[in-house]
Design a protein around this ligand. Structure first.
Ligand SMILES: Nc1ncnc2c1ncn2[C@@H]1O[C@H](COP(=O)(O)OP(=O)(O)O)[C@@H](O)[C@H]1O
Ligand SMILES: [Mg+2]
Length: 131
């Protein structure tokens, strides 16, 4: 294998800045994060509560409300330019290239749908398998 491609990080975040603009004053939640993760590598983000760990990772899935947040910098995952993904490409990307296990199930799960439906949704969206 070409050492250049082998060394290239699978996740490459450069100077990520996230600002929430929905309130009275803009909130700068993340200010200049760089993060590189190679294939097979495990990285833990450690920091005090409110330091921006979740906001950083939600950015990688483009989960922030578009009209009320501003994401600047560059994010690549695999060969995808995360900030450039359109609606369809984003749906193909989430749950297949990048996924998130949320911290708080009572907030992350929708009480209207069964837990089983929500667990299998991401798999059935991408794979041709039965429930
Ligand atoms: N939707 C939002 N609107 C405004 N501020 C937010 C929003 N989401 C997170 N924040 C703020 O961004 C900061 C970082 O939060 P977060 O990433 O959740 O921290 P943690 O490191 O504990 O995961 C906090 O000050 C939080 O209040
Ligand atoms: Mg968090």
């Amino acid at each position: 294998m070409n050492p250049d491609t082998e060394d290239k990080p699978f996740v490459d975040v450069r100077n990520l800045r996230v600002t929430f603009t929905g309130g009275k004053k803009p909130v700068e939640a993340v200010n200049g994060v760089d993060l590189q993760v190679k294939r097979g590598e495990v990285v833990a983000l450690i920091g005090e509560s409110g330091s921006g760990k979740s906001v950083t990772l939600r950015s990688l899935l483009r989960l922030h409300p578009p009209g009320r947040s501003r994401i600047e910098g560059a994010m690549r995952v695999g060969d995808q330019d995360v900030l450039a993904l359109g609606t369809q490409a984003l749906a193909d990307y989430r749950g297949k290239v990048a996924s998130m296990i949320f911290q708080e199930p009572l907030l992350a799960l929708d009480p209207v749908y069964s837990v089983g439906a929500q667990i299998t949704e991401a798999i059935r969206r991408h794979e041709n398998v039965s429930a």
